[in-house]
Design a protein around this ligand. Structure first.
Ligand code: PLP
Length: 396
């Protein structure tokens, strides 16, 4: 048995994406900036890919900038909006406490440069409240950056509403939509989004490629200087095979979105229901307003890391939170932000499904996790103390 349930960390590439890439390694391998015909074939393909992606997002092809992935897109969006703001004396940025580190670390850097950062509470269900955003916006607010869907607990934000508030107050609104694109329906116009980050490897495309959408009129700041690629805003010869793979993966993900959602939600809910049968277990994130494939729970009295290793030995690929934090011993900032105490946050498990998972796999995972949690609790001094009443349960 080998079950992959870590799709929030990365996904397997789709056949369509792989096939779309292949000709661009050894047939249409020219540099899109070259004037000769080999280069111009590449330039045409690049233009087509940009058009496909723009159409899916609901924007103009000129509003699409290819980046090396979600992290770069987040960095560039935030740095650009900060620079626009700073020119007008606006040095206040609003975000949320549960953002990806690509956002949070960029904000920390800006803080050292004199920006003031307000992080909105995501409350117990992992969802930001629009009225709290409205109250936090000030005359000197340069940017609001709030993720579309959370990578750990799967909570989906009321993006259109948040965007509307920003639009009314004339503040740039960026969303890290890396977990959402290809999984939930997004349209930058309907959702009132000014800037959006996406990454291909989270929707069955290749790694190392992403997009920053920036609405016309929002000038981008270069993170990489050099040639005039991407209208001078992102230097470096375009990664055409990856761009073609991304466009194909996105097209497929979006056209299958209803079918995939209808398949995933019952699997996800069956999984969550099964896991919550384990005593002293709590669901992280909103039960309904969550990504179709995301399940995240905390088990009291155990360490997420040992759980992961034992699950791996049973053929289950899972995560304790985000891939970026799983090699550090600090509990997830997201779980702490939604109010989980340290000792509870340590016992977290994230299972992120794809449409390839089956009901048999779900049932196998539930049984395996029940066994492993019982085994670990048996050996845990914390669990013994809880059982003997020497300390009290946090999760009732
Ligand atoms: C994966 C992820 C990123 C980073 O994307 P990369 O393409 O891996 O750089 C950023 N934000 C969120 C929410 C993610 O899930």
């Amino acid at each position: 048995m080998n079950i992959y349930a870590d799709n929030a960390a990365t996904t397997k590439m789709s056949k369509a994406a792989i096939e779309a890439m292949l000709p661009y390694f050894d047939q249409i391998y020219g540099n899109p900036s070259s004037l000769h015909s080999t280069g111009q074939y590449a330039a045409e393909a690049l233009f087509m890919a940009r058009k496909i992606i723009a159409e899916i997002l609901g924007c103009d092809a000129r509003e699409i900038t290819f980046t090396s992935g979600g992290s770069e897109a987040d960095n560039q969006a935030i740095v650009s909006a900060a620079s626009i703001g700073a020119k007008k004396g606006k040095k206040h940025i609003i975000s949320s406490a549960i953002e990806h580190h690509a956002v949070l670390h960029t904000l920390e850097k800006l803080k050292k440069q004199g920006f003031e950062i307000t992080l909105l509470d995501a409350h117990e269900n992992g969802i930001v409240r629009p009225e709290e955003l409205a109250a936090a916006i000030r005359p000197d607010t340069a940017l609001v950056t709030i993720m579309y869907a959370n990578n750990e607990i799967g909570s989906i934000q009321p993006i259109a509403e948040l965007g509307k508030i920003c639009r009314e107050k004339g503040v740039i609104f960026h969303t890290d939509a890396v977990q959402a694109v290809g999984h939930v329906k997004i349209n930058v116009v309907e959702d009132n989004i000014d800037m959006l980050s996406l990454s291909a490897h989270k929707f069955h495309g290749p790694k190392g490629i992403g997009v920053l959408y920036a609405k016309k009129g929002i000038p981008l700041t270069n993170l990489i200087e050099g040639g005039a690629q991407e209208r001078g805003k992102r230097a470096g010869t375009e990664n055409l095979p990856a761009i073609m793979g991304m466009a194909a993966a996105l097209k497929e993900a979006v056209s299958d979105i209803d079918e995939n959602t209808a398949k995933l939600i019952p699997l996800r809910d069956r999984l969550i229901e099964g896991l919550l049968q384990i005593p002293h277990t709590v669901l992280n994130g909103d039960p309904k307003l969550r990504l179709p494939g995301n399940a995240n729970v905390c088990f009291e009295g155990i360490e997420g890391e040992s759980l992961l290793l034992l699950l791996d030995s049973k053929g289950i690929c899972a995560s304790s939170g985000s891939a970026c934090t799983s090699d550090s011993l600090d509990p997830s900032h997201v779980l702490l932000a939604i109010g989980r105490p340290h000792e509870v946050a340590h016992g977290s498990l994230r299972l992120s499904l794809s449409e390839e998972n089956t009901i048999e796999e779900i049932d196998y995972m539930i049984e395996a996790i029940k066994e492993v949690v019982a085994y670990l609790r048996n050996m845990s001094p914390v669990w013994r103390d809880l059982q003997e009443g020497k300390r009290s349960y946090v999760i009732q």
